[in-house]
Design a binder for this molecule. Structure first.
Ligand code: ZN
Length: 245
């Protein structure tokens, strides 16, 4: 005599099959058949989302120049507080990709201007330009995590990069950058304010250069000059987010 037990399975999000039905097990003891029933509780099939990875200081990469052979350079513009309709027109007309590291106070004050820029991303340069190696742990966290929150409010997405004011950082700053969810601390290897391109002893720009500028009244003039040099060197500007992911 054979009694077959019917077994159905449900596959969980993790791919582990689990028996969810009653299983009837025949037990022949006295010539008659008795049955016992074991009930396995139903298992929820709700998809379990993996926990987001918590970054540690060791996950943060410090970058002065992007490793690439593509003929691209990266224009990054930090604090300063001057944005104008003329600058907007110049950036938009020439579709210049810009990685902006504005401090929160400026980003929020000019949020309408910044939100209108199509070829720009918004990264983290602290809340109020504090000297990051001299502040308390609490202020350090506020300067970094607080600035990311402001950028999210303005641009609806989180910054991916942190740039320390004055380029000043240590391991505590790096740990805070990780805690606030960013895995790159982005420095620079070229400066281009005031219509002068400074390349630390080199004669021309090269692939992967990260160029530092500021939102100064002279920015548009500096950009015109820089763009001429970028073209002359056979390069074009690109967004960091297309290279550092
Ligand atoms: Zn700065």
């Amino acid at each position: 005599m054979a009694t077959s037990a019917v077994c159905s399975t449900t596959v969980l999000a993790q791919g582990v099959p689990v028996d969810t039905t009653s299983t009837t097990v025949p037990v022949d003891t006295t010539g008659t058949t008795t049955t016992t029933t074991t009930t396995v509780p139903q298992v929820s099939t709700t998809v379990v989302k993996p926990k987001p990875k918590v970054l540690k200081g060791k996950d943060v990469k410090v970058v002065y120049k992007v490793k690439t052979t593509d003929p691209v350079v990266f224009i990054t513009i930090d604090d300063g507080s001057t944005v104008t309709p003329s600058l907007a027109k110049y950036l938009d007309r020439n579709k210049i990709p810009v990685t902006t590291f504005a401090v929160s106070v400026m980003l929020w004050k000019h949020r309408e201007w910044f939100r209108d820029r199509k070829y720009m991303t918004f990264e983290n340069h602290t809340w109020n330009h504090a000297h990051m190696t001299l502040v308390s742990a609490a202020q350090r966290k506020h300067e970094v995590c607080g600035a990311s929150q402001v950028a999210r409010n303005v641009a609806k997405e989180s910054p991916m990069y942190f740039r320390p004011p004055g380029g000043s950082f240590n391991s505590k700053v790096i740990n805070t950058v990780a805690k606030c969810g960013m895995k790159y601390l982005v420095m620079w290897n070229v400066e281009a304010d005031g219509g002068v391109v400074r390349m630390a002893g080199r004669g021309k720009l090269g692939p992967g250069d990260i160029i530092l500028m500021h939102y100064l009244p002279s920015l548009e003039r500096s950009l015109v000059h820089l763009m001429e040099q970028i073209k002359r060197n056979g390069l074009k500007p690109a967004l960091l987010r297309d290279y550092l992911t």
